[in-house]
Design a protein around this ligand. Structure first.
Ligand code: ADP
Ligand code: MG
Length: 255
């Protein structure tokens, strides 16, 4: 097994115009690692995920996918604009699940899951359908193939979005607050799916406000404060014996 990380973020800097929001962040996720990003609203968690997935450019530092630099934007000697092929490869391999599910309302659940593998990746339709049905079964909504998103609960919609991400056969999954839009009782059905994915050894970066989820699934927890890593470590260290005053304050406000 290779020890090249699946995702390696090195000294990332990102600004929106004049507003510098990521100020030198380094994070590594090896194969099968689950890394959770926690921190107050506005600390830069989503921006980091979006940079990994090339939904945002950045100004300094590198993001490596299995050792290959994929950083987009800026002017440094090792930086380059990502071309369309590279963007597609990265988005396929680092498949993202959003807070608001982002399912296509006019497509059935099965069509939602099949759409990108068939039309974007050009995979065989029959094979994709079989895989898609399998992933929908896996997330517990195999009986919802032919209904439209509006007919599902939020928890079911999010599970469909997870099946859609899995159907890209990605190297890693990026979750951006996957349970934040859900009522507490629906949250748990999504948490169970994420835990099962962690147990099967999926590489995942998870932005979450759910400290219990972060504690249960993570190999590493990263606490961000204003665009910098304030503290990071195992869940035992971060939740059990937090060193930074800010982290202690954050945890006592959220747990
Ligand atoms: P988090 O996910 O931790 O809440 P974000 O990464 O969304 O934080 O945001 C980090 C900072 O960047 C915040 O100050 C936010 O207002 C700002 N920001 C996020 N997206 C944009 C954008 N598209 N344009 C300008 N500022 C943005
Ligand atoms: Mg966010």
């Amino acid at each position: 097994m290779s020890d090249t990380p699946v995702i390696e973020i090195q000294n990332l800097h990102k600004a929106y115009g004049d507003l510098e929001v990521i100020k030198g962040v380094s994070i590594k996720a090896g194969r099968g690692d689950v890394v959770s990003l926690i921190g107050s609203s506005g600390s830069g968690k989503s921006t980091i995920l979006r940079c990994c997935n090339l939904l945002e450019d950045s100004q300094q530092g590198e993001i490596l996918f299995k050792g290959e630099p994929v950083t987009w934007g800026g002017t440094g000697h090792s930086r380059r604009p990502a071309d369309a092929k590279q963007v597609l490869r990265i988005r396929t391999n680092l498949s993202m699940v959003f807070q608001q599910f982002n399912l296509w309302a006019h497509m059935t659940i099965l069509q939602n899951v099949m759409e990108a593998p068939v039309t974007v990746l050009g995979r065989d339709k029959a094979e994709v359908e079989e895989a898609a049905r399998g992933y929908l079964d896996k997330v517990g909504i195999g009986d919802k193939c032919d209904v439209y998103p509006a007919q599902l609960s939020g928890g079911q919609q999010q599970r469909a979005a997870i099946a859609r991400a899995l159907c890209m056969e990605p190297e890693a999954l990026l979750f951006d607050e996957p349970t934040s839009a859900l009522d507490p009782e629906l949250e748990q059905e999504v948490v169970r799916v994420i835990k099962a994915l962690a147990e099967e050894g999926r590489t995942m970066l998870i932005v979450t406000h759910d400290m219990k989820l972060a504690a249960d699934v993570s190999d590493q927890v990263v606490f961000l404060h204003q665009g910098l890593i304030e503290e990071q470590g195992t869940p035992e260290a971060v939740f059990g014996s937090p060193k930074s005053e800010r982290l202690r304050g954050f945890l006592s406000a959220t747990m």
